[in-house]
Write a protein that binds this ligand. Structure first.
Ligand code: NAP
Length: 483
């Protein structure tokens, strides 16, 4: 039983994420870490397995609270949802004004806004912190996206900086914004991760079907790409997965993994939130839908006899084709990030957060799943112009997309003609073409809306709001005059 308030930080939840984060904290100089888990067996197991961590373990919430020095700071790493609320309720009963509760789980940002508001009324600080990097990140250094008050950040900042991943000498953590800002940004991070994974999967599929190369040969291609501008954790692990051979069948592992992708919901949250904010995150949405489509075996079986194209893709110049795929992947990836940052901008505006986009790209450079070389370019783009209206319009990215667009179009057209699904590649290209279009058929949509619902329209040549009397003499009236 703990009887002295000697721990400067505590962790609640001793499943894989919480125990790894507690070990990470304990390994940093100056930290003394209190731990607690609802089921005491887990606390005992962690304490005995890692005696060097010097954990101050408690088997009751009262003892856990008593073991923390003031201001008490506790990081909750439990199952998101009801579990988080249960632990917050326990802590608020025992914590005092000025103490800090951190939720490091994958909470929906609107829950974090609600919880922050309720906890703040007690004088206790509540910080929703997105933590990315999975089990390994929690242990060795994650990318951390904390929200909450500036007061809480003062105490918490140095602790989080000590455990975060380090990229180019800088810790991958920053105070993202108030209340739910951290969990919002973590959600969009996950959405971008969905898009990036889907784009890589489409690139693999195109190369395999277009060239007949084996997974091991394609692994070499990804390993080669990882030495250039596409260098990233996801490209690196893709090569590892493709190279893996299944021990029981001696086949490439990729060929024995069931092709039905799972999801834990953060991608769907990103898309649902984007729909509410009116932000077209089409690449992310296609990635979420591609997983849904893959996981409908009955529909896929019923549709498997539907007719396909008359010819398959006859790639003549393999090297040129692979370079086309690489360029299409790079351009589509830029679109996914551009859309993700649009959502962050819109969220910041809607919820009143002062989010520094360049700093977000910086803290994603290490520890997290979407860490990539080109994130530095995003930081530079926002440093140069903090009010950039779309990332893809920054000179550096415009240049890449311009250079890639012929390849991108050949790949999307070829995929369509040969019946290879490439939803993320093609929706990214459509988004790009929509964004750069002088004129969109949205004018016709406005005409239709005015026809059936008198929803009115604006004109290109004069100010005002107009309506055509479709069921009358079809003359145009100034809609403002009719109200
Ligand atoms: P988890 O499987 O999500 O949750 C298990 C933990 O939650 C156990 O410690 C469990 O305690 C506790 N718990 C569940 N309901 C509770 C309740 N009503 N009251 C108190 N404790 C309760 O664990 P995890 O995978 O380590 O993840 C922890 C959090 O980190 C989650 O929010 C997850 O979304 C987030 N996260 C996970 C990853 C990852 O890669 N796994 C990455 C980033 C973020 P008992 O032992 O008593 O059941």
């Amino acid at each position: 039983m703990a009887d002295t308030a000697q721990a400067n930080i505590g962790v609640i939840g001793m499943a894989v994420m919480g125990s790894n984060l507690a070990r990470n904290l304990a390994s940093r100089e100056g930290n003394s870490v209190a731990i607690y888990n609802r089921s005491p067996e887990k606390t005992r197991a962690v304490t005995s397995e890692f005696p060097d961590a010097g954990f101050i373990a408690s088997e009751s919430i009262e003892d856990f609270v008593a073991s923390l020095s003031s201001p008490r700071t506790a990081i909750i790493m439990v199952k998101a949802g009801a579990g988080t609320d249960a632990v917050i309720n326990q802590l608020t009963e025992h914590f005092e004004p000025g103490d800090i509760i951190v939720d490091g789980g994958n909470a929906l940002f609107t829950d974090t806004i609600r919880r922050e508001k309720a906890v703040r009324e007690t004088g206790i600080n509540f910080v929703g912190a997105g933590i990315s990097g999975g089990e390994e990140g929690a242990l060795l250094g994650p990318s951390i996206m904390p929200g909450g008050s500036a007061e809480a950040w003062e105490t918490l900042g140095p602790i989080l900086k000590s455990i975060a991943a380090v990229a180019e000498g800088e810790p991958c953590v920053t105070h993202v914004g108030t209340d739910g800002a951290g969990h919002f940004v973590k959600m969009v991070h996950n959405g971008i991760e969905y898009a990036d994974m889907q784009l890589i999967a489409e690139a693999y599929d195109l190369i395999r079907r277009g060239t007949g190369k084996t997974p091991a040969e394609i692994a070499d291609i990804f390993a080669e790409w990882n030495t250039g501008e596409l260098e990233s954790y996801l490209i690196e692990i893709t090569a590892e997965v493709l190279r893996q051979v299944d021990a029981s069948t001696d086949k490439p592992l990729i060929d024995v993994i069931l092709d039905q992708a799972g999801a834990k919901g953060t991608g769907a949250w990103t898309v649902q939130t984007a729909l509410d904010l009116g932000i077209p995150v089409s690449g992310i949405a296609e990635a979420v839908f591609a997983r849904s489509l893959s996981s409908k075996p009955a529909q896929r079986a019923a549709a498997s006899t539907l007719p396909g194209p008359s010819s398959t893709w006859h790639v003549k110049d393999t090297d040129a084709f692979i370079e086309d795929v690489r360029q299409a992947l790079y351009a589509s990836k830029i679109i996914a990030y551009s859309q993700g940052f649009d959502e962050i901008v819109a969220g910041a505006e809607q919820y009143g957060w002062d989010i520094k986009k360049g700093d977000i790209a910086k803290i994603w450079r290490g520890g997290c799943i979407i860490r990539a070389r080109f994130l530095n370019r995003i930081t530079e783009a926002y440093d140069e112009n903090p009010d950039l209206v779309a990332l893809v319009t920054a000179p550096f990215f415009t240049e890449i997309v311009s250079a890639a667009q012929d390849s991108w179009r050949r790949i999307v057209a070829g995929a369509a003609q040969s019946g290879i699904p490439a939803p993320a590649f093609s929706s990214s290209l459509s988004y790009y073409d929509g964004l750069r279009a002088d004129r969109l058929p949205a004018a016709l949509v406005q005409g239709q809306r005015d026809f059936f619902g008198a929803h009115t329209y604006k004109r290109v040549d004069k100010e005002g709001t107009f309506h055509t009397l479709w069921s009358g003499d079809r003359s145009e009236v100034n809609a403002e005059d009719t109200h």
